[in-house]
Every structure is written in C-alpha cells, then in structure tokens.
Design a protein around this ligand. Structure first.
Ligand code: GAL
Length: 629
C-alpha cells in the first residue's frame, strides 16, 4: 500500500487558518487507503532523528565554543534535529592557502551528534577568503559591463576560472576526506544559491569553445541564428560577443544554456572532490532559489542527488498557491521529495519593508512544505550574527542566545514533526495532473515580453491556481518528462517547442492524454527562431487550428462562450480552425476590432485524448470554469 503526502495547508482553506494536524492526519490516512500509486521517494531515515527533519542554519564559527552547548541545548528543546554548518566558513577552515583547521568543525559536529542533531556540511565556496582573492584576483567575477567584483561581500567568484575551481575543489576534498564517513554528517550542500555568472576572460574562452562544440562550424551557427539580420554574420567563434542581453535572441538563449552547463560543471568539480571520500548515504545537493531564472534547474540538478530550495516568501504577503507551486517545481527537479534548505523564521532583512509572517503562518508554511513533499524544513538562521550584512534578519534566538517570539511556534512545528514523522516516512505526493515548466520558453518570453506585464511565472500560476484547488496535487515538470501517468497536462506558455518535445506531446495525446496549451505556445524552435508554421507550430496539425495573430493588451478584453464569460488580460491571440472537428469553446467580445468575435479557445478530440489551445490570459474566474469543464 502506498502512502502519499497531501498539501494540508492549502487543503485547510484560507491561509490565515492553521491546518489542523489531526485533520491532515485523517485526510492523509484516507488517501493512504485509496491510493495505489507507487511512492516516488523515501523520506529521510537517519538513526536517532525523526524522518521529517526540523533544522536551522548554524554558524558556530561566529561564536565562542563555550556557548555552543547552550545553543545546542536550546535547539534540542525546539525539536531541531538538523543543522547546516560551514557554508561561508572558508577562512575558518583554510586560514592560509593549503593550511587547514578543522578542529572547531570536529567539535561542532560532535556536539551536535550528542544532541541528536545531524549535520549537512556546506562547502564554503560562495565566500572566498581575502587571502584567496588578493593572491588570485583573476578568480573574481567580472560583470556584463566589464567590472570586476571586490572582496567584502559574497558570491564574488568566477564560476569558470580554473584557479578558483582548483581551490574550491581543494577545500571540498579536504572536508570530504575528514567527514565523508562521519556518521553524523548526512549530506553536502555545494556553495550557496548559484546566481551571477562571470563574463571575464575565462568565461569568454569557454563560451566560444562551448558554441564551437555545439555548432561545429560557424556557418551552421550563422544559419540557425539568422545572423544575416543587421550584418551579424560571424567569421569565427571568437568574434561572438559574450553578453546576456541586448543581443540576438539566439545568442541570449545559448548564453543561458552555457551558464546552465557551467553551473553543472562547477558542481561536478566539487562532486569529484567529495564523492570518492564520501559514503554513498551522504547526499550532495545545492540550495536554489525557487523560480530563479538564471539557469536551467533541470540541467543543474541532473548531477545532484536531491533538490533543495530556499523558501523565502516571494510576495510581501504569503500566497499559498504560489508557494505551493514552487514546492511542486522543486519536487519536479528530481521527481522525488526535496528539502527546504532555508526558510524565514517570521521575516527577512532584504525587502523594502520586512513585514513578518502572521502569527501561525510559520507553522502553516512548514506543514505546507511537508504536504508538498519536503523531508526537511530548515530555518535561516539560528542566531543573529553580531555584525555582518544581515543583522536585522529573523532568527530563532537573539544575539543573547535567548528565544525570540518565533521560537515557540517553530518548537511546536518540531514537536509535530516528531509525532507525525513515522506516518509520513516513505511518502510522497502523487498527482494525475501536471504543468510543464520550460526554462527556454521563459527566457524567450523574458527576452522579448512584448507586453511588459507578461510574467511567465505569474502566467503559469494562473493555470496552477485552479488546478491546485481542484486536484490538491499538481506536478510541475519538464516538457520532456514521462507523461503517461497524467490525465491532464497543461503547458501555460510553451513558447519554444523543439520537434522532439512536439512529438512527445503528440504521442501523449494520441495515447489518450489531454493537453492544454496556453498563449504564446509553439512559436519558436530550439534556437529561438520563429517557426515558419503559425503557432502552435508542430502542434497546429493536431489542434486543427492555428494562431492568426497575437495582440498585447493595454486593457482586458471580453471573452465568452459555453463555459461562461469573463476577460482576457495582457495578451490575446485569436485562432483560425482548419479542421471540421476543431471546436470553438470561447470567443472574444467587442474590443479592439481585430479580436471582435474571433475564437479565443479551441479544442479538438483525438481518440480518447484531446488538445486545447487557450489564446488569452484568462481571468481567475474563467480559468476556474475552464479547468473544471
Ligand atoms: C538566502 C541566503 C542566506 C541568507 C538568507 C537571508 O538567500 O542563502 O545565506 O542570506 O538569504 O534571507
């Protein structure tokens, strides 16, 4: 019998109200009994700690060792069973090049173990020490405008620089040699929140080599990038600008691909330092940032063992659907349970106004994470550092080491995790509906939004929200992921559609699947070039219709049809059916003249399956009706 997680927090309705644990448990048990779907992942299982872990980011190097036991006692009293340590502690572990000091870390890990607290070790490479950047200034990142970073902040390194990679691997290897078999170390977090790429000399050479490998000849690249446009034609790869913006969209897309591959190889460099010395039971991950668009997360996670993300509430106000979708996105990276490696203990320090979560929402968000498949929820950070850039950030204890108000709520969560852990062990969410997330499409739209308000994430959420309400479980997955298990697959704005993915989707529909495409789908090929077939390009035949024209909207336009009436905002495409079997579900009302009376949503049955195209960004009410229809 298979058990499944359920999204209890959202199930409980309004975000103001806490999920009642027992209601969740009852719902959970009910679903246990009715579900026969295979579990995809195992919850964490370590000796002496519960399967669902409550944790905190702990920086012992910032405090005298004489205070560590007091901190750890308070963590244990809070039911904390996990700490992440050592990320950013490079200067403490390697105070001089090649001279290591791990005595303090030995003690910290040992003391944590005595408190039944397991450890994730962070490699410290997001914060290179001053000796390193002084001696090897070439390891400092250069931004797109040619400015080199300086010491004193973090993430100032170049991800391509060979010297930086050598030193990063060196410290990772030393750590693994020492802790790779430590029973209290359960995993590794590489670096911290991969973000800014480098545009310096090493990046330039590597980007050109990367392009050469991809295209083979400059003529091939010129053809696929349409470089005859504005005399962009290149004679050699070295002539190609190394830029991320204000360029040919084909170049911009390949830059993103290069950055994704480079972060992957940046990880691999450290994995190669760790794996030979680490027990296979120790996982390797990196903590990413939800919908961050800087790289393709499916690529970057492909050589890591689990996904983990830092759940900082995206909006000033907690939006359960948006946050839930982000958990689902992260679960989709490895198609199994994930960790929340960081989350806020009530508030952060980097928004315009750092308003706190409401009382009760710390608990709500923790359970929401577990409901969506998190096996660990870890707060950033345990205790305020006395100085440094983040003095105002929320914590569990203050600089005096004594609990702040959030502590009690987190303690309650910890007690509940201990109680519910055994029941949740080995469970994972299971869904029959999926939403496709595609970085190429997001980037392509972001490069040329055409309507500034067309935010691809918000648009995806407009599809997610009603589906979530209806099914209580949605998978967010890549378009080339296996689709057989889904009754419904939605692609909110699949702007770039490779021939391979098009074939995959056609197979899905031909085998009885129901595919819904959102606006801007099927417009471009894998090189960000326009298809010569109108949207949805390679799927237009299956749909029996094509997009006649697209319009960016200043104001919403009316839409109505058999499922009701409402509006389309930001974007409107009208469709022309070409097949007698293609059914018009909705039409635009009187608006800008071009759209008046034209088809806005069309659908076509294909055997037991179907394909539907939604040409507008429909309002929530209409999306609800469309989803249930
Ligand atoms: C994260 C980062 C942490 C801390 C936190 C503050 O993005 O990984 O180190 O800075 O933000 O909210």
């Amino acid at each position: 019998m298979t058990k499944i997680h359920v999204a209890c927090a959202e199930k409980s309705g309004a975000s103001k109200f806490l999920p009642d644990l027992f209601r969740c448990a009852a719902l959970f048990l009910l679903l246990v009994l009715v579900s026969h779907a295979p579990a995809l992942a195992q919850a964490t299982q370590y000796p002496n700690v519960p399967p669902v872990l409550l944790g905190a980011a702990w920086y012992p190097e910032q405090w005298p060792e004489s205070q560590w036991d007091t901190d750890l006692d308070r963590m244990a009293a809070c039911h904390i069973h996990l700490v992440r340590v050592a990320e950013f502690a490079w200067s403490a572990m390697e105070p001089e090049e090649g001279k290591y000091d791990f005595a303090w870390l030995d003690h910290a890990i040992e003391k944590a173990a005595r408190h039944h607290i397991v450890v994730v070790l962070g490699t410290p490479t997001a914060a290179p020490p001053a000796w390193l950047t002084t001696k090897y200034p070439e390891t400092l990142r250069v931004d797109e405008d040619g400015k080199r970073a300086e010491h004193g902040n973090r993430q100032q390194f170049s991800f391509t620089d060979p010297k930086y990679r050598e030193l990063a691997r060196g410290v990772a290897e030393q750590m693994a040699t020492r802790y790779g078999h430590n029973p209290n170390v359960v995993g590794w977090q590489l670096d911290n929140e991969y973000a800014d790429p480098d545009f310096g000399p090493s990046a330039q050479t590597q980007f050109h080599a990367w392009l050469q490998k991809k295209y083979g000849s400059i003529a091939e690249l010129n053809g696929l990038w349409t470089t005859t446009y504005w005399s962009q034609t290149y004679d050699t790869f070295d002539e190609i600008p190394v830029r991320a913006s204000k360029e040919n969209p084909a170049l911009e897309l390949d830059w993103k691909h290069f950055v994704s591959d480079t972060w992957k190889s940046y990880s691999q460099n450290q994995i190669d330092g760790i794996r030979p010395y680490a027990d296979p039971r120790q996982f390797v991950t990196t903590n990413t940032m939800g919908w961050f668009e800087g790289f393709d997360h499916y690529v970057v996670y492909s050589n890591l063992d689990i996904a983990s993300w830092d759940d900082y509430i995206r909006e000033p106000v907690y939006d359960p659907a948006l946050n839930g979708a982000t958990h689902d996105l992260d679960r989709g990276f490895k198609h199994k349970n994930f960790w929340v490696m960081e989350t806020e203990p009530a508030f952060v320090n980097w928004r315009k106004t750092n308003n706190p979560l409401d009382k009760g929402q710390i608990r709500e968000t923790a359970w929401q994470a577990v409901g969506h498949g998190a096996d660990a929820v870890e707060y950033w950070q345990w205790r305020s550092a006395l100085n440094g850039q983040e003095q105002y950030h929320g914590t569990l204890v203050g600089p005096d080491g004594l609990p702040v108000p959030a502590y009690a709520e987190i303690q309650q969560v910890g007690a509940e995790f201990e109680k519910a852990g055994a029941a949740l062990s080995g469970t994972t969410p299971h869904s029959q509906a999926a939403i496709l997330e595609n970085y190429d499409s997001r980037w392509a739209i972001d490069f040329q939004r055409h309507a500034a308000a067309f935010d691809p994430v918000e648009q995806l959420i407009s599809f997610y929200r009603p589906l979530r309400q209806m099914t209580q479980a949605v998978d967010v997955i890549a378009p080339d992921a296996p689709l057989d298990e889904y009754k419904l697959v939605e692609a909110p704005a699949l702007n770039l559609l490779s021939q391979a993915v098009a074939r995959h989707l056609i197979d899905y529909v031909n085998h009885g699947g129901n595919l819904v495409l959102g606006p801007r789908s099927g417009m471009k090929d894998s090189y960000n070039a326009l298809y010569t077939d109108r949207q949805p390009g390679p799927l237009a035949g299956l749909l029996g219709a094509h997009v006649e024209e697209y319009y960016a909207l200043e104001n919403p336009v009316p839409v109505s049809g058999e499922i009701g009436s409402g509006t389309s905002q930001v974007w409107a495409e009208f469709l022309t059916p070409s097949d007698a079997q293609t059914h018009v579900v909705m039409r635009y009302g009187p608006s800008n003249g071009w759209l008046d009376g034209q088809p806005a949503v069309v659908t076509r049955k294909v055997g037991k399956g179907s394909i539907t195209y939604v040409g507008g960004w429909l309002d929530d009410g209409l999306m609800n009706k469309l989803t249930v229809s």
